[in-house]
Design a protein. Structure first.
Length: 156
């Protein structure tokens, strides 16, 4: 059934976004703490790495690692500022629940029609109605997920 597949896709996609936005919520503080710790303990880390590498190599490794973590922090900071992960997480969670509820209600309605020995046109009417409801739900979800101009600094 096409409606079922569309609903399953939306459930899977919103579940994926739940994980993405959950991770994005916490990457910036973790990267900032890592950068601060590495910068503050730069000499200590260099002396530790010197046990395994030459002096110049150890210093270069630490500098590169700090640079790499800073670069990732900047990247995730930009993504986080654009997507607003806490609000996006809440939207993904809410719609994940809505799509799951829709899937369950569809199964219940189909079962109820089976129990009442409904005619084929009753099934078709139910499917048309459910398809329209799912389309509205997907449209609402897409509008919630779209990036607002004001969210990224546009005033137009």
């Amino acid at each position: 059934m096409d409606i079922q597949r569309r609903c399953d896709f939306q459930i899977s996609f919103s579940n994926f976004l739940l994980y993405v936005f959950f991770v994005l919520q916490y990457t910036i503080p973790i990267f900032l703490a890592t950068i601060a710790g590495l910068t503050a303990g730069n000499e200590l880390l260099v002396s530790f790495i010197q046990e395994f590498f030459y002096d110049d190599q150890a210093e270069n490794i630490v500098k590169f690692f700090i640079f790499f973590i800073s670069l990732l922090g900047t990247l995730f900071g930009t993504i986080s500022a654009t997507t607003n992960p806490s609000e996006s997480y809440d939207n993904a969670a809410a719609f994940h629940n809505k799509f799951s509820e829709f899937k369950i209600n569809l199964a219940i309605d189909m079962r109820n029609l089976e129990l009442t020995n409904a005619m084929e046109e009753d099934y078709l009417q139910l499917l048309k109605e459910k398809n329209a409801n799912l389309s509205e739900l997907i449209q609402e979800y897409n509008q919630k997920r779209s990036i607002d101009k004001n969210q990224v600094g546009g005033d137009n």
